[in-house]
Structures are given as C-alpha cells and as structure tokens.
Design a protein around this ligand. Structure first.
Ligand SMILES: [Zn+2]
Length: 268
C-alpha cells in the first residue's frame, strides 16, 4: 500500500514536472510571438515614416526669364520642327522701370517660403537673375526631379496700358507634345491657381489660355501652369506688382490654389 502511494506521488510529480515544462515552452513561444509582433510594429512605423516622406509633394518653381536674353533657338517641343528663342528677357514696369525677371523671382522666393511652411518640398529652377537657362531646360529640370507640379511665374504686358488682371496658361486639349492626363491636370491646376490668386489679391480674373505654342509647357511632362500675375504695362498694376505686401498676397493666393489642387487630387 505504502509503495503504491509512493508510486502515485512519484507519478504525480513526474506529470507536474512535464506539464510545467510544457507551460514553460508555451511561455517561451508567447514571448517569441510578442517579439515578432514588436518587430512587426517597428517595421510598420518605419513604413509609415517612409510613406509620410513619399507623400510630401515636390513643387518646382520657375521664376520666368533672366537678366540676359538668350536668342539662340530651340524646338518648341519634343520632335518639333518649329523653333523659338531659348529665353527672352521679358517685359518691364511702365511706371517702376523694374524688369519682369526681378518681380518673378521676388514672388517665387515668397512662394518657396510659404510652401515650405505648409510642408511641401520646393525645387527652385533659379534663385538669382544671372543665369542662362532655356525654357526647355527649365521644364526638363522639373521633369527630372520628378516634381508633382511645375509653377512658372510671370508678369504680362499689353500695348493697351488699360489692360490689367491675372491669367494662367496650360496645354490645350490638342497639344501634340503632352499626354491627356497631364493636360487635364494642368487645366485643373491653372483654374484653381487663377481662382485663388484673384480672390486673395482682388486682381481682375481674366481667363485660362490653352496653347500648344509655349516651349516651357510643351517640354513639360508634369502638370504645369504659367501664372501671369498682372500687367506691368498698366501703371497701377505695375506699382502693385512691386509692393512687398501685394507680392505676399499673390504668393499666398497661388499657394492656396495649389493646396486645393492637391486636396482635389486626394478625393479622386
Ligand atoms: Zn514673362
């Protein structure tokens, strides 16, 4: 009897021992699973960070023209036989005498600051006036950087000094150099930028000009708009275009248009 009791006790101990081991094993397994989960979480958060960086939009800004005109010719688009001068010197203020390329760069630099504050990446095609970059080269720099959009900042002029207001340009639907998606997006971008620019400055809203004649558009592979901020041939508008506060409002308006463009893109 005593022997049997001892045997039973012994067997119970053995059972508890093995069961205990198996608990330990499972505990070990659990720990491993937790570690794997933690690893997974690390990977996930790394991916999230990468995605955030990927989501940061890159905006290429071209302050139109430059100090010295380059009258050499270049094709107006890929494969085009028609040629245009590489880059013109632009217009100048009828009242202030300030050349357009200076105003374009002043507003572009304000835009750069605003975009950076709003979390965008910015690529400036030029940051000084003394450069030699053709319209084709400017577009190609933006293409190669894989920018999300290309803003080309300009001022206008007309023979009639009464003409004033803002307008934007984009490729027309028949444009042989641009694909249909780029044409559609450029049109939307041009509409929204013009809308917000005029709302923010009170400038007269003229129109969106759709064209196949602009080298800087035709060489572009990404959504593009040329912003003609106002007429330097109109004395009052020329004065305004040279005011810090008005330039700030122009830049804010353009940036608001770009914000709306990306918001609309997210909805699709
Ligand atoms: Zn211009």
């Amino acid at each position: 009897m005593k022997k049997i009791r001892w045997l039973l006790l012994w067997m119970t101990c053995v059972i508890i021992f093995f069961t205990g081991c198996s608990f330990l094993k499972e505990g070990g397994k659990d720990k491993g699973q937790i570690e794997e989960k933690e690893k997974g979480m690390t990977t996930n958060s790394a991916t999230t960070t990468e995605m955030k960086q990927e989501e940061k939009k890159l905006i290429a800004i071209d302050a139109g023209h430059q100090e010295q005109q380059n009258s050499q010719l270049e094709p107006i688009g890929p494969g085009a036989s028609e040629k245009k001068i590489k880059v013109s010197s632009g217009t100048e203020g009828v009242e202030t005498g300030v050349p357009e390329y200076k105003v374009n760069l002043q507003v572009s630099q304000k835009l750069k600051k605003i975009f950076q504050q709003r979390g965008y990446e910015v690529l400036m095609i030029r940051e000084k006036n003394d450069v030699d970059l053709s319209n084709r080269e400017r577009a190609q720099i933006a293409n190669e950087a894989n920018a999300d959009i290309f803003l080309r900042i300009h001022c206008n002029s007309a023979e009639n000094s009464l003409v004033n207001g803002a307008l934007t340009l984009c490729p027309d639907s028949e444009n042989p150099y641009c694909d249909s998606e780029m044409i559609e997006k450029s049109s939307l971008l041009s509409e929204l930028v013009l809308e917000q620019l005029c709302r923010n400055t009170g400038a007269k809203k003229l129109s969106i000009i759709r064209t196949s004649d602009m080298s800087g558009i035709n060489w572009c592979e990404i959504p593009v708009t040329i912003v003609e901020m106002g007429f330097m041939s109109n004395p009052e508008e020329d004065e305004k275009l040279n005011q810090e506060s008005y330039q700030e409002r122009l830049a804010e308006g353009i940036a608001d248009g770009v914000d709306t463009y990306f918001e609309k893109g997210m909805e699709e």
